[in-house]
Design a protein around this ligand. Structure first.
Ligand code: NAD
Length: 503
């Protein structure tokens, strides 16, 4: 039996239970039908129905928010070592079911097993990392003044909403939910409607690990229904959101009446700048990896290649050869490098840029075609001869599509790199140290890597500037979002208190 057939057989076993019961919402430790009925989740591999999913709407969000609110005091007050133990057990549970998570994720999203087999383990790492931070999360400072001993501490903000997208949904959910739970918050999670499978697995694993009922609740449904209701709910104190920039604006508007704290991780149109003096072999590998892995459905993808004129022709020629060799196929085949796009809607959006590129005068140097009609497959695509004012250089395509733009001078590269509404990541390839320092100083991005692809280190801040977001994840930055600072001043003695109304 080939590895592909083996994976398909295993997946079939894992999905059997969902075919029978569908995916229900999980509220206060119980399965609950959606007030709106059901919707279906479709596999992008062959457009088949995977299963029914509870269609959560405002009443479901209300029940879940009440459950999270009821569970909050006990979870907040649980001694830190006990909360830590539970989070470590969640990490162990994820590791134990990593294969199931990976296979379900691939089938639900079209992501290649090659990358998703590690996504579950990265989810476990998120839980382990934040479990290790639990004990000191509430620590504060002593800020002594002449009359007072001022003491700060941090307290969890309360029940929070977590709204996640469909690209690497399991890993992204854990990235948000792990620090929220570590901080002592309770959570209502609204996963993306296009990829509900692994959110269900996560809540099951968490409960099996001993997470008390109501601490993590999962309500499925669409953005304009369940998502909006979560943002508007008065018991929910903050929303951690990952998704498109225009949805980020809606999240802010919807939360205005209840004064929500929002953390927004949004879109990107990230530049990778290749200077003539760079190690071009390594730059080539990184450029390809950062746009064509994860189907290009990746917020941090390097979707704009800025390549210096002196090396451009040769670099693009090598790029074309490699891009044409990328293995597109069944996501459960371990050899596959690019799988199908998530949905018909997204497939239509991504493929529309093939015409847009030509209309704008760019060259389709590789790809620019769909593959078959069974699923939502496209050929990895490279546009060359582009200018930065073209739509293919300004808009987030969010697929395996790279736009190459030439530049001559460092100043020109900087201008092009910054000339976008977004500012999530930037990648700079040069062996000139002072240029790297100068360039990164002026590059408008929340995260920059020099002579490297994106390598996530959990204690570092993750987030974007401009239309790419507000706020940071990672290390203590996550706790700044999920917790409130509290200050208490203790008088050191009988300092003078101004007397009003006294004779
Ligand atoms: P999306 O904004 O369409 O949806 C994301 C989530 O928001 C889904 O769960 C959706 O149901 C929900 N939603 C939609 N409308 C809503 C509303 N009015 N109120 C509340 N919730 C609502 O994004 P997507 O298409 O699922 O994901 C792709 C996008 O996510 C890309 O733009 C990508 O760059 C971005 N992304 C950003 C990061 C980051 O860290 N910056 C990471 C991953 C993905």
């Amino acid at each position: 039996m080939s590895k592909l057939d083996d994976n398909i057989a295993k997946l079939d076993g894992y999905l059997a239970r969902f075919r029978d019961t569908g995916i229900r919402n999980r509220i206060a430790g119980a399965d609950v039908a959606g007030a709106g009925g059901v919707f279906q989740t479709i596999s992008p591999v062959d457009k088949s129905v995977i299963c029914d999913v509870a269609l959560g709407t405002a009443p479901d969000i209300d029940v879940a928010a009440q459950a999270a609110n009821a569970a909050f005091p006990a979870w907040r007050d649980l001694p830190a070592p006990e909360r830590k133990r539970i989070l470590v057990r969640v990490a162990e549970g994820i590791e134990a079911r990593a294969e199931e998570i990976a296979l379900c994720e691939c089938w639900d999203t079209g992501q290649a097993f090659k990358f998703m087999s590690k996504a579950a383990l990265r989810g476990a790492e998120n839980f382990r990392y934040f479990a290790d931070q639990v004990v000191q999360a509430r620590d504060g400072q002593h800020l002594k003044s002449p009359t007072l001993m001022n003491v700060t501490s941090r307290v969890p903000i309360g029940p929070v909403g977590v709204i996640t997208p469909w690209n690497t949904p399991f890993m992204l959910s854990t990235w948000k939910i792990a620090p929220a739970l570590a901080a002592g918050c309770t959570v209502v999670h609204k996963p993306a409607e296009a990829s509900p499978l692994t959110a269900r697995l996560l809540v099951e694993i968490a409960e099996e690990a001993g997470l008390p009922p109501g601490v993590l609740n999962t309500v499925n449904g669409f953005g304009e229904g369940a998502g909006k209701a979560l943002c508007e709910h008065p018991k929910i104190r903050a929303i951690a959101f990952v998704g498109e920039s225009k949805t980020g604006s809606l999240i802010t508007k919807q939360g205005a009446d209840t004064l929500k704290r929002n953390h927004l991780e949004l879109g990107g149109k990230n530049p990778v700048i290749v200077f003539e003096d760079a190690d071009l072999d390594r730059a080539l590998d990184a450029v390809i990896f950062m746009i064509y892995s994860i189907n290009g459905e990746r917020c941090t993808s390097s979707s704009r290649l800025l390549v210096q004129e002196g090396v451009r022709e040769d670099f693009e020629a090598r790029l074309v050869e490699r891009v044409n060799n990328i293995r597109v196929g069944h996501p459960l085949d371990p050899a596959t490098e690019v799988g199908p796009l998530i949905s018909e809607e997204h497939f239509t959006k991504v493929t529309s840029y093939f015409d847009i590129a030509e209309q704008d005068g760019a060259t389709v140097a590789a790809g620019g075609e769909t593959i078959g009609s069974e699923g939502y497959f496209v050929r990895p695509t490279l546009f060359t001869g582009a200018r930065n004012d073209m739509r293919i250089a300004q808009e987030e395509i969010f697929g395996p599509v790279l736009t190459s733009i030439p530049f001559s001078t460092e100043d020109e590269a900087l201008h092009i790199a910054n000339d976008t509404p977004y500012g999530l990541t930037g990648y700079v390839w040069t062996n000139d140290l002072t240029r790297a320092l100068r360039f990164t100083d002026k590059l408008e991005a929340g995260m920059i890597w020099v002579n490297s692809e994106n390598v996530r280190h959990l204690p570092t801040p993750f987030g974007g500037v401009k239309a790419s977001g507000i706020g940071r994840d990672g290390g203590d930055w996550s706790f700044e979002f999920y917790m409130e600072q509290k200050h208490v001043g203790f008088a050191l003695g009988p300092h003078k208190i101004t007397k009003l109304g006294a004779l």
